[in-house]
Structures are given as C-alpha cells and as structure tokens.
Design a protein around this ligand. Structure first.
Ligand code: XUL
Ligand code: CO
Length: 441
C-alpha cells in the first residue's frame, strides 16, 4: 500500500528548544518519569472516529477535510480499508500505541445488521493483520448506539424492546471484535441514554433496562474470555437534554446500585466533566475515591460554549492537574489516554492532523512531568496531610475516624474546648504559588 501521509515524517522528540513544528518538544516516549516510561504512563490512543472519519461537518455546512485516504468514495468498503491503512500509518508516524473505535467507525452500516457484521469481520481481519505487523493495541471498543435513527430514544433506555435487541446485537458483536483484537476495554458512553421530557419517560424503568443491558454485556464478555474493564463514560447532556450518566458521582451510584461495580470502571472525559459543571480533575478524583478510576478521554472544552467541542488538550494547568490525579490513582492499568479530540474545522489538512496530536501529546507529556514534579516536591501532599492532623493527634479525632465516637462524648469534648478554634488557613494562594513555581520555575 502506498504511503498516505506522504511528506509527513515520523515525529521525533527534539526537546523543548526545538522549533520544528513536526517534532515533539516534551513527549519523549522512553524517558522514565516516576518509575515508568512516558509511553507507559500516558498510553496514548487514537480515536478512529475523529481522526479517520470526521471531516468537520457541522449543522451549518459540510466537511472541510478530505479523509478518503486514496479511496474513490467515502462510505464504501474500499474507504473502510483505506482508513485502516491510514490509521496504522498515522499511529506509526506519531508513535501512538493504542486505538479505540465504534463499530460504525470501521465500516459503513448496512440496512441489515448481518450484512454490517460481515463487513465488520472483513475489516477486523485487516486490522488484525496490521496489528500483528505493527504491535499496535486496541484500548477499547464500543458500539455506536446513538446515530442510527432507531436509537432516537436511546438503546438500553429505548421504549422499544425491538430496538433493545438491536443494541444487544451490536454490543455482542463489538465484544467479539474486542476480544479478537486483544482489547482490554469496552466502553458504554450513554449516547442517547437520557430523556428530553419527563412527560413521556419512565426514568426508573429505563435505568433498570440500561443496567440489564450492561449485565448481559458482562455475562457475555466474560463467557468469551474478555478479561478487560467495562467502562461507563459519564456525560451530563448532549445529545439528550438530560443524560443518565451525568457525571462520575452519578455513574458510580448507578454502578453500585445495580451491582456492576466489580466489572465496570469509569472513562472520564475532560469536556464531559466541564459540561457537568465540574473540573476535569474533580471527576477524576471522584472516580478514584469510588475505586472506579479506569480510563480517560483526553480533550478540552471551551468554557464559553455550552457544548462538547472536543478540542485537543492545550491547557497545561489542566493536563498537570489531570496527570496529578491519574498518578495519585495509581496510573493506568487497562486504561489509557484516548484522544477523543478533533481538529478545528478550518484545520483541514493532513499536516493539521499531525500537529493536533503533537499538541495533545506534548500537553499531556508536560502535564506528566509537572505533576510528577509536584509530587516529588512534596509540599502540597505534606500540607494536605497536615491539614487533617487533628484526627490523628487527638483521641476524639482518632475515634471519629475509627467509627467508635458518639455524639454525646463529642459534645462533652466540645464543651471542654471552650471557645472554638478556627480550623487553620486553607493556604490556597500559597499552594497555587507552589504550582506556578513548579510549572514555570
Ligand atoms: C461523545 C463521546 C463518545 C464516546 C464514545 O461525547 O465522547 O465519542 O467517547 O462513544
Ligand atoms: Co468520549
């Protein structure tokens, strides 16, 4: 197969002083940071949908990017094969080790699901061949259960049991494919699992059905040897006005309510967290505290806009705080950093595809370096530990922590303490100055 990204080089690390726009300034794959190589810490993945399929179409106009990759027409099996070639060449040139996809990113969907599945088999054979020769790995697979008009009311949450069967069929097929390609994850992003109006919606019924679909996925997946993680990817809104997997806390409650938390973890997406009114690091922290940290969809939103803009990560404060949370959560096991990010519509060239990944990978590499430096510096951790010291240094504090305190005895302590002491300065500005010193010092 001829080279597709002709003239675009294998992107190399050239260091922070380099002015080469097609080189990494910070991402040095083999450099050790906190005991692992950068590539092991970051586990970057390419999202098939944005990188190989999306052309920049929006509701005001058609795509601006030509992503036929040498195929005569988009939306054909020839094009599907061309995307495989383009994807593997791209991953090779960018040094990306992982990829992620929805079923219908891989092939054009046919009228009949058995025909779609045949097409998937054909393309999956091609992907498996490319994996064997390149060593690239599948981070996770997912079924697109939101584009086809049948899913207008959701998939697991659909009012139609017939539609539910199609959802079951797609999940089953993607689990088969994921196992075949050695994937370590299967993601449920809600898609249209939510509602527009309560006037026509039985919320409890719909949530039970979503859980039933997930339970069947676990049973089937485990029965065919899928030993990776299932993920819920929370998102508060868009496309539905109200999505059931609103944020990490909501999704954690749902998983625990339905006993799915042994098999599921959370896939936290930066732009989804900010749409929920949280910071990216907040949702990462909640996932970790719930014991459900799994994977990350790396992007950033525009805080002035109320929708999912899926921009390549650029804000190094954000990537630093995100990597701080990820490192504190123990780093990635089955998960990784999947660039669920797209170039802006006017950035329509192949070169822009390369430069957008260079931006995203360098932003996270910097984030990793700086987060490791904050941890190694130790002042922030020491302050947080010290802030709660009274739960260790006093008997009543220890009793509160070990669950043996009573209100009566604590009330007596309070009376004995006389004038209440203030709880100590939060020192936010000092801590922010430390972060700036680590980032720019
Ligand atoms: C949508 C989104 C999806 C999921 C996979 O906002 O993030 O692309 O990551 O379905
Ligand atoms: Co996503």
């Amino acid at each position: 197969m001829a080279e597709i990204f002709e003239g675009l080089p294998k992107v190399e690390y050239k260091g922070a002083q380099s002015k080469d726009a097609l080189a990494f300034k910070y991402y040095d794959a083999d450099k050790i940071v906190l005991g692992k190589t950068m590539s092991e810490q970051l586990k970057f993945a390419m999202a098939w949908w944005h990188n190989l399929s999306a052309t920049g179409t929006d509701m005001f106009g058609p795509g601006t990017a030509d992503k036929r990759f040498g195929a005569v027409a988009a939306g054909t099996m020839d094009h599907a094969h061309a995307k495989v070639e383009a994807g593997f060449e791209f991953m090779d040139k960018l040094g990306l080790e992982y990829f992620a996809f929805h079923d219908v990113d891989l092939v054009p969907e046919a009228e009949d699901i058995s025909e779609t599945n045949k097409r998937l088999d054909e393309i999956v054979d091609h992907i498996a061949e490319k994996q064997a020769s390149s060593g690239k790995k599948l981070l996770w697979g997912t079924a697109n259960m939101f584009s086809n008009p049948r899913y207008m009311n959701g998939a697991g949450s659909s009012n139609s049991a017939e539609v539910f069967c199609f959802a079951a069929a797609q999940v089953k097929k993607v689990l088969d494919i994921t196992v075949k390609l050695g994937g370590k994850g299967y993601t449920f992003w809600g898609g249209r699992e939510g509602y527009e109006t309560l006037l026509n919606t039985n919320v409890g019924f719909e949530q039970e059905n979503i859980a039933a679909l997930m339970r069947m996925a676990v049973e089937y997946g485990r029965s065919i040897g899928f030993n990776g993680d299932f993920y819920i990817e929370p998102k508060p809104k868009e496309p539905m006005k109200h999505q059931y997997d609103f944020d990490a806390a909501t999704a954690a409650g749902f998983l625990k309510k339905f006993g799915l938390d042994k098999d599921f973890r959370l896939n936290i997406e930066a732009n989804h967290a900010t749409l929920a009114g949280h910071t990216f690091q907040h949702d990462l922290r909640v996932a970790a505290v719930e014991g459900l940290f799994g994977s990350v969809d790396a992007n950033q939103g525009d805080l002035l806009l109320g929708w999912d803009t899926d921009e390549f990560p650029f804000n190094v404060y954000e990537t630093t705080f995100a990597m701080y949370e990820i490192l504190k959560a123990g780093g990635f096991t089955n998960g990784g950093l999947n660039f669920d990010s797209k170039t802006r519509r006017p950035s329509y060239t192949y070169e822009d595809m390369f430069k957008s990944f260079i931006l995203g990978m360098d932003s996270f590499a910097l984030g990793l370096i700086k987060a490791a430096a904050i941890i190694e510096d130790g002042r922030i951790d020491a302050f947080v530990k010290d802030r709660y010291a009274s739960y260790e240094t006093t008997e009543y504090g220890r009793k509160i922590r070990n669950g043996s305190a009573t209100l009566t005895e604590l009330a007596a302590v309070a009376e004995g303490l006389g004038t209440p002491a203030l709880p100590g300065s939060g020192r936010q500005e000092e801590l922010q100055s430390i972060v700036n010193q680590v980032l720019f010092g």
